[in-house]
Design a protein around this ligand. Structure first.
Ligand code: IPM
Ligand code: MG
Length: 361
């Protein structure tokens, strides 16, 4: 099979971690008889440097013509990078928001798993994490506060800023369906997270989620207020299977969930539309403080490539091969600095990629 993959290396540690993911993809393709054709795409700061904008129409069209896009990370240090002297709509993050919207990538899947081998890195007490946890955050990605009308104006001499949180029932229904479909393949529980005690958009969210749930009698649905959910994630993360939530809540809760696994450098993500197309990226950011040092953890990007093979290409065996290679490397005690603990062997970004590629079978 010929895999047409768009590649956004991006900023910060992006180029380093994507290079290792491509290495693992190439080796997987070689072992299983596929070929990978890569189209390099510029987005974020890397695009600003060349084109003056974080995403061009040509790049959107080029991404559309690929089967899937693998991305590293975008953005820089807002205190020092010249990218942040630009108006907000021209900064690196605006490119990411635009590509999500243009490609209609409304379903963002962010798995948060506590790896047995990495329990030591988890900041929670042992009693809480005993038995591990494995949740899937389903974040709505093209609506809500991120895409509502916004403006900053002076009203009666007072500076006033507006951001509006809007959802229509169709936007809620399609992400809810995705959430329930995924729950059916997991432990059949959906926790829908909202702020229905305050927000109209959340009350509509709850109503539509309940309508969708009626079509999935095997799935247990519970509603949880977002503030309570933030607490429950550290109090009892085991209770969660699928967390279904709107854009902003999902942004916040997914960072929290990744932290409780102790290893943000391990977590993959997929952003999907109604077709097989998807954008795959690590959950972590561009980490400008360690960019270029060759010490970043490439595993989240490598696992994102595995998600890409699974969701966009239906190559389950190949995806399993990558996930097994990652498990093996961890079992054998190799660690990048972010997940290093006593008695393990510390390796750099490139060595981690080499080891994982070497274990593909
Ligand atoms: C994420 C990031 C982005 C978001 C930023 C970079 C705009 O935090 O993917 O979670 O808020 O969606
Ligand atoms: Mg975020």
């Amino acid at each position: 099979m010929e895999l047409r993959i768009g590649v956004i290396k991006g900023d910060g540690i992006g180029p380093e971690i994507v290079t290792e993911a491509m290495k693992v993809l190439d080796e997987t393709a070689r072992v299983y008889g596929h070929t990978c054709g890569y189209t390099q795409l510029l987005m974020g700061g890397a695009s600003i440097d060349v084109h003056g904008v974080p995403l061009t129409d040509e790049t959107v069209a080029a991404a559309r013509s690929c089967d899937a896009v693998l991305m590293g990370s975008i953005g820089g240090d807002a205190r020092t990078s010249p990218w942040y002297q630009l108006e907000p709509s021209k900064r690196p993050e605006a490119g990411l928001l635009r590509i999500r919207k243009e490609l209609n990538l409304f379903a963002n899947l962010r798995p948060a798993v506590l790896y047995d081998e990495l329990k030591g890195a988890c900041p929670l007490k042992k009693e809480i994490t005993e038995g591990g946890f494995d949740m899937m955050i389903m974040r709505e990605l093209t609506g809500g506060l991120y895409f509502g009308e916004r403006r900053t104006v002076r009203e009666d001499g007072v500076m006033t800023a507006y951001d509006s949180l809007t959802y229509n029932e169709n936007e809620i229904r399609r992400i809810a369906k995705r959430g329930f479909d995924i729950a059916m393949k997991r432990r059949k529980k959906v926790t829908s997270v909202d702020k229905a005690n305050v927000l109209d958009s959340s009350r509509l969210w709850r109503k539509v989620v309940e309508e969708v749930a009626a079509g999935y009698p095997e799935v247990a649905l519970e509603h949880m207020l977002v503030d309570n959910c933030a607490m429950q994630l550290v109090k009892d993360p085991k209770q969660f299977d699928v967390i279904l939530t709107e854009n902003m809540f999902g942004d916040i809760l997914s960072d929290e969930a990744s932290m409780v696994t102790g290893s943000i450098g391990m977590l993959a993500s997929a952003s999907l539309n109604e077709t097989k197309f998807g954008l795959y990226e690590p959950s972590g950011g561009s980490a400008p403080d360690i960019a270029g040092k060759g010490i970043a953890n490439p595993i989240a990007t490598i696992l994102s490539a595995a998600m890409m093979l699974r969701f966009s290409f239906d190559l389950d065996r190949e995806a399993d091969a990558i996930e097994n290679a990652v498990s093996r490397v961890l079992k054998e005690g190799y660690r990048t600095i972010d997940i290093m603990s006593e008695g393990k062997e510390q390796v750099d970004t490139k060595k981690m990629g080499d080891l994982i590629a070497g274990y593909i079978q």
